[in-house]
Design a protein around this ligand. Structure first.
Ligand code: ADP
Length: 186
């Protein structure tokens, strides 16, 4: 599923983000940047130890990555050239600024991608696994934030959400249709 937003496009696919051949994949990391479960573990397994070495150096220099922020490393053995590591919020019921922090994770990642001149970027559904963010609420924040970014950019970008299962794909699809409209979708 794909929609056009200005010159750019926003797509949804089902898949494993470690297989993406793009300028950058976004990693749903944790503040220690030390790897972990879920998509984070998968990216480090597939990308090899150099990504972790770069992450360790970033944390050594700057301390743990705050929630809602993002940093970049190379892609190691991945087909993606770079990995943008961001930290989404842990869901604590919705009153701990979770929506703003999740929006920030998408926005900061998008800004890093833009600053590096990347045109193809794949995102996972940040915070919706181990961090427990309810899928529909997370999809709304994700789609709104990334669509806003594309709407306001001057470049032609192809951003995708790579959803790990059909349920997430269907949810993101429903939200995309509701938020952006049927007329542009294909
Ligand atoms: P978080 O800690 O931010 O919740 P998780 O990795 O636990 O991060 O989950 C985030 C989302 O990534 C979940 O929807 C999960 O199903 C999905 N996911 C897990 N592995 C992969 C993968 N290899 N490719 C794409 N998405 C993945």
């Amino acid at each position: 599923m794909q929609i056009d937003i200005g010159e750019s496009s926003l797509s949804l696919v089902v898949g494993d983000i470690t297989n993406s051949t793009v300028d950058a994949v976004v990693n749903a990391a944790n503040g220690s940047l030390a790897g972990g479960g879920g998509v984070d573990g998968a990216i480090h397994r597939a990308g090899g130890p150099s990504i972790l070495e770069e992450c360790s150096e970033i944390v050594r220099l700057n301390g743990p990555l705050p929630t809602g922020k993002a940093v970049i490393t190379t892609g190691g053995l991945l087909k993606a050239r770079f990995v943008i590591h961001t930290v989404g919020p842990i869901w604590e019921g919705g009153h701990q600024d979770e929506p703003a922090l999740l929006a920030s994770a998408y926005n900061e990642s998008s800004k890093i991608a833009f600053a590096h001149g990347f045109t193809t970027v794949d995102f996972p559904a940040i915070s919706t696994g181990i961090y427990g963010y309810p899928l529909e609420a997370a999809a709304k924040v994700a789609i709104r934030e990334v669509a806003d970014f594309l709407r306001n950019t001057t470049k032609k970008l192809s951003f995708r959400f790579v959803l790990f299962d059909q349920r997430a794909f269907d949810m993101f699809g429903n939200v995309l249709r509701d938020e952006i409209g049927y007329e542009k979708s294909s």
